[in-house]
Design a protein around this ligand. Structure first.
Ligand code: SF4
Length: 248
């Protein structure tokens, strides 16, 4: 059988419920970004469960294609493997489209650099406390940088969007999402911490502290750390570790 088509059948226990999910088996050895298809399948199953639970409680998801408020200015944190997956995705685009998307990333990187924000996001030496992280995120937000993948108010990489984009679903008026620093939207609680678990796995694999970066700086981060992100590991132990960290 073609190994790319093998699947793993899992049953997740979420809120006491059994959630069945079929995931593509990662290759082995694998780069950490090659675990993402399986991880996204699990995350999507957990998200669907959370949405069903919210619906049963009378809460309906307000997010829909054409509303891009959360894609317009927020720093959208992505893990290093996600950043590398985005770089590889962009590098595989047809030449004209690649040039266009890379130009968008370059423009945002220059704006962040000019505002003195690129290095603090790219080279975070220590874990930021909550107040410092909020100040940094607010400074980013004030620049009003739309996601480079946003086209006509729709996500151009929807199946491969990062965990944080998948998990951010609101039941409040979408207008509140225009400024999350001024208004608190009602967000559906998510049962799994896919991105945090990804950072824990990255830290164990690469042997140094890892942090998320704003999506607009994903290509810059991935280019700086390409050698590290190219490293391959036996997939199963890392995948098991990720599963074990999902509810930490
Ligand atoms: S990747 Fe897609 S969903 Fe995420 S911020 Fe960008 S356009 Fe929005």
């Amino acid at each position: 059988m073609d190994p790319r088509r093998r699947r793993i059948e899992l049953v997740l226990r979420i809120d006491g419920a059994a959630v069945a999910v079929s995931v593509p088996q990662p290759p082995s050895p694998a780069r950490l970004d090659e675990l993402l298809p399986a991880q996204r399948a699990i995350d999507d199953a957990a998200i669907a469960h959370a949405v069903r639970k919210a619906a049963a409680a009378g809460r309906t998801v307000a997010c829909a294609k054409g509303c891009s408020a959360c894609c317009r200015a927020q720093p959208v944190p992505v893990t290093p493997p996600e950043a590398y997956a985005l770089l590889r995705l962009v590098e595989a685009l047809p030449a004209t489209r690649r040039h266009d998307v890379e130009a968008r990333f370059d423009a945002r990187e220059h704006q962040l650099d000019a505002a003195g924000l690129a290095l603090p996001f790219l080279e975070r030496a220590d874990e930021l406390d909550a107040d410092s992280a909020r100040v940094l995120a607010h400074a980013y937000f004030r620049l009003g940088l739309a996601c480079p993948f946003l086209d006509d108010d729709a996500c151009s990489i929807h199946p491969r969007r990062p965990f944080v984009c998948r998990q951010y679903l609101v039941t409040s008026d979408p207008a509140l999402c225009a400024d999350p620093f001024a208004h608190r939207a009602e967000v559906i609680p998510m049962p799994l911490r896919a991105a945090s678990a990804g950072l824990a796995v990255s830290e164990a694999a690469y042997g140094r502290p890892q942090h998320a970066v704003p999506l607009s700086l994903a290509l810059a981060y991935a280019r700086r750390h390409r050698d590290e992100l190219e490293r391959r590991f036996e997939a199963e132990p890392l995948f098991r570790q990720w599963l074990g960290c999902l509810t930490d």
